[in-house]
Design a binder for this molecule. Structure first.
Ligand code: 1HN
Length: 343
């Protein structure tokens, strides 16, 4: 007598087996089926929570005083999209976030406040709003903020990391440095002088896959967009959009995350596109509306929103808008699975 399918599946289960025919369409969907959902965080609503954290815990105790932006479709996973992490970090005057390193790559995008510093590769950089700062994989990094007497003020930045990707890859390592801060070996601005002016040292410095420029100041990137806009280089989907590059390779500044800055002219009504990358956007300037899948979000300065893979995306700008964004595009490109469609 043949057993019932029910019994059969039960027995398979106890033998650590499963019938592919029951999961095939889920495993190989006709198009991406992200669990992450389009989500917007209004900075006005986030900010009080961030500042309260400053009253409840020191940077020293927290190690990193960060509120994680968690996608409601990925609850409990500290993820804003399937491969990306986002958080808001606060550092108060006089505080130090102690030096450590990990295989996860990190980016910082400064949201508010001036004068905090981050150190990477023995060099410090001072933060200003709109600056894009990189912590490469496995490099010691510490952050600090001068005391109030030296002009310190609360500084908040957006942290973008490839944490969920490294979870999938089971490739996470981390270590603490024996001191709170790493030794300073080079003057501030050294790496920017070497690589930030379309020039490079004559004797090649070997690339570790991450840009040797670890701070991309906002003023310079903003100026590029402004000039291109004046030259009427406005794309119907993206407005004026540039990607940050690693000057050693021409590729993305970080191996796992691409970063972009784009300008939407006042009155811009963009066309619709789809992309397999999941993108986290933050608003640097201006007001507008973004349509992501079935969602419509009106946004203003410092708001953060995420467009998970293959959701339709379209922008409208009420005033001149500047958006910073990061995505998992380089990973998809390396694997030859990146796709986009422009309607
Ligand atoms: C980290 O090292 C930082 O260095 C921020 O500021 C956020 C989230 C998870 C793991 C490491 C930082 C982080 C992080």
């Amino acid at each position: 007598m043949t057993i019932s399918r029910q019994d059969y599946y039960q027995r398979l289960n106890t033998a650590n087996l499963s019938p592919l025919w029951q999961s095939l369409s889920r495993l190989v969907p006709p198009q991406p089926q992200p669990k992450a959902v389009p989500t917007l965080w209004k900075y006005d609503e986030l900010r009080p929570y961030v500042m309260q954290a400053g009253e409840l815990i020191t940077a020293e105790e927290a190690v990193r005083r960060v509120l994680v932006l968690e996608n409601p479709g990925l609850a409990g996973q500290s993820s804003i999209s399937s491969n990306l992490y986002a958080g808001l970090q606060l550092i108060l005057p006089g505080e130090i976030a102690p030096s450590h390193r990990h295989t996860q790559s990190a980016l910082r995008f400064v949201m508010e406040g001036q004068g905090a510093w981050t150190a990477v590769n023995g060099e410090r950089t001072t933060m200003s709003p709109g600056d894009f700062i990189i912590t490469p994989s496995w490099r010691w990094h510490d952050h600090g903020n001068p005391a109030v007497a030296e002009g310190g003020e609360p500084v908040v930045w957006l942290d973008g990391l490839d944490i969920p990707l490294l979870v999938h890859l089971d490739a996470g390592f981390a270590e603490n440095y024996e001191q709170a801060t790493q030794p300073i070996e080079r003057p501030e601005g050294f790496s920017y002088a070497q690589f930030g002016h379309n020039m490079a040292p004559v004797r090649p410095i070997e690339s570790d896959g991450t840009s040797p420029i670890f701070s991309y100041p906002y003023a310079r990137s903003r100026e590029a967009l402004d000039q291109l806009w004046r030259f009427e280089a406005v794309d119907e989907w993206d407005g004026v959009k540039l990607r940050y590059i690693n000057p050693q390779t021409g590729g993305s500044a970080m191996p796992t995350m691409a970063t972009f800055l784009q300008l939407l002219p006042q009155g811009f009504k963009g066309r619709t596109y789809h992309s397999t990358e999941s993108t986290v956007f933050t608003v640097v300037e201006g007001h507008g509306t973004v349509y992501i899948g079935a969602a419509a979000f009106t946004f203003g300065p410092k708001d953060i929103f995420v467009a998970p893979s293959w959701n339709s995306i379209r922008f409208e700008a009420d005033s001149e808008v500047v958006l910073f964004s990061y995505s998992d595009r380089p990973v998809q490109q390396a694997l030859h699975v990146f796709r986009e469609a422009r309607e």
